[in-house]
Ligand binder design. Structure first.
Ligand SMILES: [Zn+2]
Ligand SMILES: [Zn+2]
Length: 137
């Protein structure tokens, strides 16, 4: 993977990222569930300074599971979920896997916040599970 590109449904917000993800994972926290309207948030976590954003996403800020703030971006025109900016990992940014132009490159390595994973969603049993935040190193 060299440069990945993606954007929202209407195209008002586009991005490109020219670095390898630090990790790819599925977040099952309640806030991600509410923000996405889905069972979990599949995200590529990449270096913030490697992402070039065009257009103006709007951000909604709330306290994450760690107690630190997390900003969740979305397109104000079409409502598509975009970037996640957790204060806990200020050098990194989460890109929603489904916003990629080629979402098939997404290869999650873990599930986290599985404490709130939904019984109607079957998690991949082969992936490591973390009840809350994954271990950071
Ligand atoms: Zn849009
Ligand atoms: Zn989450």
């Amino acid at each position: 993977m060299t440069t990945v590109t993606g954007g929202c449904m209407c195209g008002a917000v586009r991005y490109e990222c020219n670095a390898e993800p630090a990790f790819m994972a599925n977040c099952h926290c309640r806030d991600c569930q509410r923000a996405t309207g889905a069972a979990y948030f599949p995200t590529l976590v990449v270096p913030r300074n490697a992402v070039k954003i065009t257009g103006e996403p709007k951000y909604y800020e709330s306290a994450g599971g760690s107690g630190k703030l997390i900003k969740r971006g979305f397109c104000a025109n079409c409502g598509s979920r975009l970037f996640a900016l957790p204060e806990l990992i200020p050098d990194l940014l989460g890109i929603p896997a489904a916003s990629l132009d080629d979402p098939s490159i997404f290869k999650p390595s873990m599930d986290f916040f599985t404490v709130s994973a939904q019984p109607w969603h079957q998690m991949n049993p082969e992936l490591p599970k973390f009840p809350q935040n994954p271990p950071m190193n």
